[in-house]
Design a protein around this ligand. Structure first.
Ligand code: UDP
Ligand code: MG
Length: 137
């Protein structure tokens, strides 16, 4: 079994899509091992997305991630990192496959309703960042 880190981003929480997205998540075979509704501070969002700090969209991305509550998740299943990326679909919902979370719920490239770690190594870093010592086994 593998774990990954996911976020239901503020756009989807504001549109009352938490339940719909969790239903897709569970139907795709993921077990929820940790879950928290929280509003990120600017500092938390900047730290989380530090890898993108030189990108032109960084300021907008940090603003967006802090604009309202989001849901932080530890998800577990076989091959969780790759399967969650597949279940979410492409970063830009216009390019996301039919039936994926981003295709169904995202508004745009920036406001794209969900996050997923891009490697097992980054999943461990991101889980430790938001759920220090707080994940069910
Ligand atoms: N993003 C954006 N514009 C871009 C690329 C990314 O606003 O041109 C945002 C988008 O919310 C994305 C996040 O920055 O989810 C992180 O980008 P990344 O390339 O890591 O995409 P992801 O891993 O989320 O698919
Ligand atoms: Mg990424």
């Amino acid at each position: 079994m593998e774990q990954t880190f996911a976020i239901i981003k503020p756009d989807a929480v504001a549109k009352n899509q938490i339940g719909d997205i969790l239903a897709v998540t569970e139907a795709a075979g993921f077990k929820i091992r940790a879950m928290q509704l929280t509003q990120m501070t600017r500092k938390q969002a900047e730290g989380f997305y530090a890898v993108h700090s030189a990108r032109p969209f960084f300021g907008e991305l940090v603003e967006f991630m802090c604009e309202g509550p989001c849901v932080l998740l530890c998800l577990e299943r076989e091959d969780a990192v790759a399967k969650w990326r597949e279940t979410m679909g492409a970063t830009n919902p216009a390019n996301a496959a039919e039936g994926t979370i981003r295709k169904r719920f995202a508004e745009s490239m920036g406001r794209n309703c969900s996050h997923g770690s891009d490697s097992a190594e980054n999943a461990a870093i991101e889980l430790a960042y938001f759920f220090p010592g707080n994940i069910l086994q």
